[in-house]
Design a binder for this molecule. Sequence first.
Ligand code: HEC
Ligand code: HEC
Ligand code: HEC
Ligand code: HEC
Length: 156
Amino acid sequence: MEHAKHIIRAVLLLVIAATVFVLARHFAIPASFGEYGPYRSASVTEHAAREPMHGEADSCAGCHADEVDFKAEGKHAKLSCESCHAQLSVHVHNDQKVGDMPIPKPIEACGWCHEKLRARPEGFPQIVLADHVAENGETMTDSVCLECHNAHNPSE
Ligand code: HEC
Ligand code: HEC
Ligand code: HEC
Ligand code: HEC
């Protein structure tokens, strides 16, 4: 009987550990976890209820038809308006203007896509911005690109 104490102690410890584990698991795991699979099923409804931030491809057309048509005629036709400006949600809600749409600094926006980088595909028009400006006889300013290119239709 002398040695049974060790076993009783070990069993007791195991029972305590198992109880703590079951309790902790109960409180730590969110209610809807495991309903359909190993994930929290309530997150699907939560995400579906969030307001979309970006518009659809034609979401500027209703109010800025001129810009949309002008852009469609040029080399920037395939760019999304939101890629240079910002997500629709900062500007429009329920078809009403609710805030200003940011206008990017041209020199920065043009550089995002056209500053020469090895990572870009070879056929893509790339320039060293400062060299290109100098070669065309201008001095660098934030909006110098717009003296010769239109942001919406750059060959104009
Ligand atoms: C390549 C980047 C780029 C894209 C793509 C772009 N914009 Fe712009 N947008 C600009 C810049 C830069 C200006 C500031 C132009 C200026 O100061 O003359 C501007 C100005 C504007 C303005 C202010 C009025 C004006 O013409 O100065 C409106 C409105 C506008 N953009 C709407 C749009 C819409 C709508 C689209 C999509 C059809 C679009 N933009 C796509 C860069 C862009
Ligand atoms: C429900 C109508 C509506 C929609 C949709 C809309 N705009 Fe506007 N936007 C306006 C109004 C109104 C103005 C202010 C008057 C103006 O310049 O025509 C404006 C102005 C702007 C300006 C100038 C800065 C400012 O906020 O005053 C830019 C840039 C612009 N819009 C870009 C966009 C882009 C890009 C989209 C699509 C992603 C878009 N807008 C969608 C109504 C709209
Ligand atoms: C989001 C990316 C993006 C931004 C920002 C952007 N461009 Fe472009 N640009 C393009 C794409 C894509 C093309 C079409 C390339 C093609 O035809 O292969 C293009 C084409 C051009 C062309 C015509 C090149 C040719 O081969 O004739 C010019 C010029 C140009 N962009 C100038 C500008 C200027 C100026 C700005 C800043 C106001 C600017 N771009 C901002 C993506 C961009
Ligand atoms: C003084 C006029 C002028 C200014 C300022 C200017 N460009 Fe140009 N750009 C041109 C001309 C002309 C061409 C066509 C001939 C050539 O490829 O150099 C051109 C061509 C381009 C091309 C196409 C290059 C290619 O390989 O096909 C891009 C992209 C471009 N410019 C972007 C810009 C950007 C970004 C800025 C501002 C940093 C800018 N440009 C400023 C006149 C100008």
